[in-house]
Design a protein around this ligand. Structure first.
Ligand SMILES: [Zn+2]
Ligand SMILES: [Zn+2]
Length: 191
């Protein structure tokens, strides 16, 4: 089996159908920081991402399907859900995906896509952009709620600074409102 290797420091690695027709393509790519734009999310790729894997062409239901398998390693950064401080998260994600030709969408009523293929997408005529695959996987992976620290106190409702920070001096005066009733009872007993 002949194998082609693609190295990339930029954001673009096109896995071409023409090449896949000749051989299985192995890729080993680095995406420079910011090369993968995580649009519609508060996250960004702030470190180099390493993507290794293999792409092959399969004939499924008369369609040239690209199966792409691999692993993403790197780091992304996004805001803490409580204080908006930037949080870095390590990514170690495996993927195994099937991409059908875009032209198949038009015929999708005739061809029933196999039910088991939950991880499917579509590729343009020339081939599959690895950067797009990585972006989709990262967007799926992104944590719903990241915290800079499990004990992050978030913003102080009184002064607007981070609670517990040097700027916030309200801490001592803040009393849990749940104690209010008890205090009320106590003061009544005293009087
Ligand atoms: Zn935080
Ligand atoms: Zn405060």
């Amino acid at each position: 089996m002949v194998v082609g290797v693609v190295f990339s420091e930029a954001g673009s690695v096109l896995i071409e159908v023409a090449e896949l027709q000749r051989r299985v393509v192995q890729f080993d790519s680095y995406f420079a920081p910011g090369a993968i734009v995580l649009a519609d999310s508060d996250w960004r790729q702030d470190d180099r991402l390493h993507v290794v894997g293999v792409a092959e062409l399969l004939d499924r239901q008369g369609s040239r399907t690209i199966r792409v398998r691999g692993e993403i390693d790197g780091q992304v950064a996004g805001p803490c859900a409580r204080c908006l401080e930037l949080v870095s998260e390590q990514v170690h994600e495996k993927f195994d995906l099937y991409y059908y030709p875009m032209a198949m969408i038009a015929r999708s009523e005739e061809i029933r896509i196999e039910r088991d293929d939950t991880d499917i997408g579509f590729y343009e005529e020339r081939g599959l952009e690895l950067g797009d695959v990585v972006r989709e996987q990262l967007l799926l992976w992104l944590p719903m709620r990241a915290l800079c620290d499990e004990n992050c106190q978030g913003f102080c409702p009184t002064c607007g600074n981070i609670r517990g920070s040097a700027e916030c001096r309200c801490q001592k005066n803040l009393v849990d409102p749940r104690w209010d009733t008890l205090r009320h009872v106590r003061s009544k007993l005293k009087s």
